[in-house]
Ligand binder design. Structure first.
Ligand code: C2O
Ligand code: CU
Ligand code: CU
Length: 489
């Protein structure tokens, strides 16, 4: 069995947790980046001799953050970005970068139409930046790379929540350093709900569960191992859900709403149930789908969300149902397990046939092409339309309130999850085909496979200003697969 602790050389960037100096190296060491070599980890080794077998830990649910103040219109929150030690592997303490000392960070619950203000205090000793992914927020609160939070300072973000209910998440967005910061723990849920959705009879309360999926690797001492892989994005050897290694969840014989988020840096998942039964998907990035749809598997690339309803009353008590990752191997081939237990509260209401109305969109006023590719010479960099990100350059100027057609043309041999800040889009076509059922709602991130062209229709309904769009393989985005649009009235 390989023990690549021996082959793994600590680099300056691994010193991140010991001091600010570690991060500085991230900004300029593209050519010297070590290839990722992440096959052995404390988790994997431990699995071999048992205490950390999969399905040993109970699924943790990140705590809901309490507002520090509530006014007639606004809920105010305070979050502190700080280093912390958390227990991911039983008996080990893992240093992380955190929101409020936990991994994932605390969940924010928001109601549509009610404003949220988050005061983010940066005590990490390095510059950070916070982005609420999936938010229709004013540009000044969007976490634009120019709006970093210098070490030792704070910033208030305002989220109007004038948008449909959906599963959002907040995560770090530090310029050129997002990948490592998110990997080391700066990610959390933000769940937006509204009264209309509440009335649909979807499972609520403790039967409505957010699941943050992210792969990691560990050093022998239990610390997180990170090596930047500019090709694939970081690929870990161990899947965590809500910060626990391949956990299990005891489920009653009733329906649950499960909100999957792929918070991995680079890994794609194909989620499927071990008994082969279909999943009933009810929502994607931008909230509810037009109607529930039964799908065999759910493809999820970085930052994508999919919500499903699973009816565990169809299973006998004692059933162990594994949520598999069809794209994984070994420690990444299963995600978690549902253990069906006796009993269960009654829930007889059938799922509604229609979940949400989709209004017809205006005719698109522009068609744009975005070529996804890599430059090798003079240095390796991922690019959009032949250019790496430049904060001082505006790449696209959509008009506020309009719709456009964008074609993502992937000329590379890697998958790129393409993400727009500030606005949602519909997926019109994947190649020449209509998108699958999972992609028929509003999206903010879409997977573009090697050689593929994906056509989307963004709707620039939101706030004016400069927003970025980028590849959400975080190492790609950091190393320059990002561009900027200025949306003007
Ligand atoms: Cu979740 Cu700019 O990204
Ligand atoms: Cu985003
Ligand atoms: Cu990419």
């Amino acid at each position: 069995m390989a023990t690549d602790d021996r082959t793994w050389k600590p680099s300056r960037r691994n010193l991140l947790l010991n001091g600010a100096a570690g991060l500085v190296s991230l900004y300029c060491d593209l050519e010297t980046a070590t290839p990722s070599r992440v096959s052995t980890s404390a988790a994997r080794r431990a699995q071999a001799d048992s205490p950390f077998e999969p399905f040993r830990a109970d699924l943790p649910i990140p705590p809901v953050l309490r507002p520090s103040r509530r006014t007639a219109t606004t809920d105010q929150y305070v979050v502190t970005m700080r280093t912390a030690q958390v227990e991911i592997l039983p008996g080990y303490s893992t240093p992380v970068l955190s929101y409020n000392g936990m991994l994932p960070g605390p969940t924010i619950h928001a109601r549509a139409g009610r404003r949220v203000e988050v005061l983010q205090r940066n005590t990490l000793g390095v510059e950070t930046n916070v982005h609420l992914h999936g938010a229709r927020a004013p540009a000044s609160s969007d976490g634009h790379p120019r709006d970093g939070i210098p070490a030792g300072t704070r910033r208030v973000y305002t989220y109007p929540n004038r948008q449909a209910p959906a599963t959002l998440w907040y995560h770090d967005h530090t310029h050129h350093a997002t990948a490592e910061m998110v990997y080391r723990g700066l990610a959390a849920f933000y769940l937006l709900r509204d009264g209309r959705e509440d009335e649909l009879g979807l499972p609520q309360g403790r039967y409505d569960i957010p699941l943050m999926i992210a792969d990691k690797s560990f050093n022998a001492d239990g610390s997180l191992r990170y090596a930047r892989d500019l090709n694939n994005g970081f690929l870990g050897d161990t899947v965590l859900v809500n910060g626990a290694v391949q956990p299990r969840l005891r489920v009653e014989r009733r329906r649950y709403r499960l909100r999957f988020l792929n918070a991995s840096n680079g890994r794609d998942y194909s989620l499927e149930l071990s008994d082969g039964s279909p999943l009933t998907q009810v929502a994607s990035d931008g909230g509810l789908l037009p109607r529930p749809s039964r799908v065999r598997r759910i493809m999820l690339s970085s930052a994508e969300r999919a919500e499903v309803v699973i009816d565990f009353s169809l299973y006998r008590p004692g059933t162990e149902l594994v949520l598999r990752n069809g794209l994984g191997t070994a420690g990444t081939s299963s995600v978690m397990r549902f253990d069906v237990v006796r009993g269960g509260s009654e829930d007889f209401r059938p799922l509604p046939r229609a979940l949400r109305e989709f209004k017809r969109l205006e005719r698109p006023v522009a068609t744009r092409q975005v070529v996804l590719d890599r430059q090798i010479i003079p240095r390796v960099e991922w690019q959009l339309n032949g250019l790496g990100f430049d904060m001082d350059r505006i790449d696209t100027r959509p008009r506020l309130g309009s719709t456009e057609v964008w074609r993502f043309v992937n000329r590379s041999t890697h998958t790129h999850p393409m993400h727009l800040h500030g606005f949602f889009f519909r997926v019109l076509a994947r190649g020449a085909k209509r998108p699958g059922a999972s992609e028929r709602g509003w999206k903010d991130t879409v997977r573009v496979d090697p050689g593929e062209t994906v056509t989307i229709m963004p709707y620039f309904d939101g706030y004016p200003g400069a927003y970025v769009y980028h590849c959400h393989k975080l190492e790609h985005g950091d190393q320059n697969m990002m561009a900027q649009m200025e949306v003007t009235a």
